[in-house]
Ligand binder design. Structure first.
Ligand code: ADP
Ligand code: MG
Length: 480
């Protein structure tokens, strides 16, 4: 930390970090933000730095808005966050306090040295052993004991347990095990649980890698000419767990991944993968890899039902109380959070973290009033990523009294054509899917067909109020 900054800047920064941690959860925070530092705070600009370019580009592309929003929550004047790569030399230069107002410095990205990912996860011995192997940090809380099983995740849970309980040399039942679900629905939790369980039993060597770590490990190994060592590590393990597969990019990395996957599977070693979408939708991934990924067991985890959310909250509170004995959340408050935060487990965790932080800082008991105030901004409309094309098709089909397969079929009778166009239009407006992909999901149609449908409905909605009402009501149903 830059000790020459004014004290209030440091205080703001501490508050921002607390917010960030609550928002993104401990694992993400320690992976991406642990080494971020405040270098200066001018009138409306914050200057932050990280030690590697990789971190900078990752934070910039994934968390820029969040970081800015957290700052704005603490200091409403902030309109801009500069993130630079610090080097030893620059480090010295920036110990001069930044005076406001000063033009934002954006050119410090000179020789950002790419070093190892020195992130620290849980401190348990199995974790450090795991990290010594080159694995990504593990969070000690993400184990099977803390994983709440419900209708939406029971199959994924059972498959993960099966993998975790297998002994080396056992027949592999499904390979790879591929788990997909939207953000915050427990993929990482389940994957780390498999890793903990396997390594704790001592029988299996389980290596947990995020896709970035796979890429990064491989790229940096190549750079330092230790690619062989990296491959040896991979060969020496029984179970390879890859998280956030959708982030795997780059031709060379993919070739290497494909090779690793094939040789592990052929050698009868288990591979477990998680991604935010089914294998067929991993657009950046080579077709052959996709089909290999789809060739094992593919399981989807659905959204967390209210009951499941409540149980997760109860588990979390119980866990928090082992460290913070005075932390007491009335059942009505938990019920309120479970009812209002419907999106994902991460926001549930964020909400509890805020309550915990508040009750610790103020010494006040957690009341409904406090809860309502603190979690208000976590209650938000449906995340576009979470709307499923299948769900759109199902709801539209039901509304127009046709079947979902009619929508996907090549039938061109008017009673099917219009609903199909409406469904395509909704798929385009309510999801982040591309036109070609929507085309694929509608019975393998061309992207121009989708585009035509989107334009057509856009046009009609502008002129036909009853259709506009219909589309609005469908949107509401889909987003419920
Ligand atoms: P993902 O990797 O799918 O984005 P995570 O595994 O990081 O989601 O889950 C986000 C948060 O929600 C974590 O704190 C996790 O512990 C919690 N969570 C999600 N599903 C469950 C569950 N079934 N039981 C307990 N906690 C869960
Ligand atoms: Mg995850």
């Amino acid at each position: 930390m830059n000790s020459q900054l004014p004290e209030h800047s440091q205080q703001h920064w501490t508050q921002v970090k607390t917010r960030l941690r609550a928002e993104v959860g401990e694992d993400i925070f320690s992976s991406w933000f642990a080494r971020i530092e405040l270098d200066g705070l001018a009138a409306d600009t914050v200057s932050l730095s990280v030690p590697t370019r990789f971190l900078r580009s990752w934070i910039q592309s994934h968390y820029a808005e969040k970081v800015l929003a957290c700052w704005q929550g603490v200091d409403a004047n902030i309109t801009r966050v500069d993130l630079t790569v610090r080097t030893a030399v620059i480090r010295q230069a920036t110990t001069v306090p930044v005076k406001a107002p000063e033009p934002p410095r954006t050119t410090r990205d000179g020789n950002g040295k790419v070093d190892g990912m020195g992130f620290r996860g849980g401190a348990a011995p199995a974790a450090s052993q795991h990290e010594a192997l080159g694995g990504s940090p593990l969070d000690g809380r993400l184990n099977f004991d803390n994983f709440v099983v419900g209708r939406s995740n029971s199959l994924a849970h059972a498959a993960a347990m099966q993998v975790a309980n297998a002994r080396p040399g056992d027949q592999v039942m499904f390979n790879p095990l591929y788990i997909h679900a939207g953000v915050g629905l427990g993929k990482t939790h389940l994957l780390q649980a498999v890793t903990w369980a396997g390594n704790a039993s001592g029988g299996n060597k389980v290596l947990y890698l995020t896709a970035e770590k796979f890429m990064y490990g491989f790229v940096s190994a190549l750079r330092t000419q230790t690619a062989l060592a990296f491959k040896d590590v991979l060969r020496g393990i029984n179970v390879l767990v890859i998280d956030d597969m959708q982030f795997l990019q780059g031709k060379q990395t993919q070739a290497e991944f494909s090779h690793t996957l094939n040789s592990l599977i052929d050698a009868g070693r288990q591979v477990v993968i998680a991604a935010d979408r089914p294998p067929g939708d991993l657009e950046a991934i080579d077709e052959r890899v996709r089909s290999r990924l789809a060739g094992g067991l593919v399981v989807e985890m659905g959204s967390l039902g209210e009951e499941l959310r409540l149980e997760i909250l109860n588990t979390r509170v119980a866990a928090a109380r082992t460290h913070h004995a005075g932390f007491d959340v009335p059942p009505a408050v938990l019920a309120y959070i479970a009812r209002s935060i419907t999106h994902n487990g991460r926001d549930l965790e964020g909400a509890l973290n805020r309550l915990l932080a508040c009750s610790k800082l103020t010494g006040q008991p957690v009341t409904m009033e406090l809860a309502e105030r603190e979690v208000r901004d976590l209650i938000r409309p449906q995340d576009p990523r979470k709307v499923k094309i299948e769900e759109i098709q199902r709801i539209v089909a039901r509304h127009y009294n046709v079947s979902r397969s009619d929508l996907l079929s090549s039938r061109r009778t008017a009673n099917v054509v219009r609903p199909r166009q409406v469904a395509m239009y909704l798929a385009k407006t309510l999801t982040l899917r591309s036109l070609p992909e929507i085309g694929r999901r509608f019975g393998g149609r061309d992207h121009t067909t989708v585009l035509h449908a989107v334009r057509k409905i856009e046009h009609l909605v502008g002129n036909d109020t009853s259709l506009a009402d219909e589309v609005e009501s469908l949107k509401r149903q889909i987003q419920e």
